[in-house]
Write a protein that binds this ligand. Sequence first.
Ligand SMILES: *Cc1c(COP(=O)(O)O)cnc(C)c1O
Length: 228
Amino acid sequence: MILDKETLRANLDKVIWNIEQARISVSEHHIVKLVTVAKYTDVENIATLYELGQRAFGENQVQQLRERMAQLEDLPLEWHMIGRLQKNKINNLIDLRPSLMQSLDSFELAQEMQKKLKAKEAKMHCLLQINAAKEESKAGVMPEAALETYLQIKAECPNITLKGVMTIGAHTDDTKAIQESFETTHRIYENLEKEGATICSMGMSGDYELAIKCGSNLVRIGSALFRN
Ligand SMILES: *Cc1c(COP(=O)(O)O)cnc(C)c1O
């Protein structure tokens, strides 16, 4: 559905206000980046949000990412890959040169990406995805293996530049459990700061304020921005 500019402006203002309130409650120095997740919305709405000042957009499929980058190539947008990456799509993703690949979810995937990046003499900025609540339905490395995996990728995959971690909050109505999944991820992030990690990506439409209070500095928001 194509939304009018005033609707998108109202949604964006509300989200930015909520982010502001949550981040100030942590610290005035705690800066949070907003990445708009466009996967369920029409391309026209992306262009309108750009006019309203939004620059960073995320997609969860390589195919959709490619189509939208092409459709919007005249706009100076920043694109993030946030979904599961199949091995046979790695080369396609490399060719798109996304600004950040947030869903690097195993050492095996990192090795495959390293081979293909090297062959193309390319580099990619990535986040290590953590399966903080240990859910079978979710991708990502287990929290207890995260530190070691991060260091292993850093050591063995020189064409991948790791910038931090990403998680999807626990899939439950139990706020305490969601909070724990964010706290677990943030603890890992803190341990990785000395390794150069600067991004802790957590929080979606239903839980971004909680995520920010747990230390997130990048939120990925879709549905809250595209309500009418
Ligand atoms: C879809 C998606 C989001 C955004 O979800 P909303 O609940 O619509 O805000 C964030 N992160 C990832 C990885 C997603 O797949």
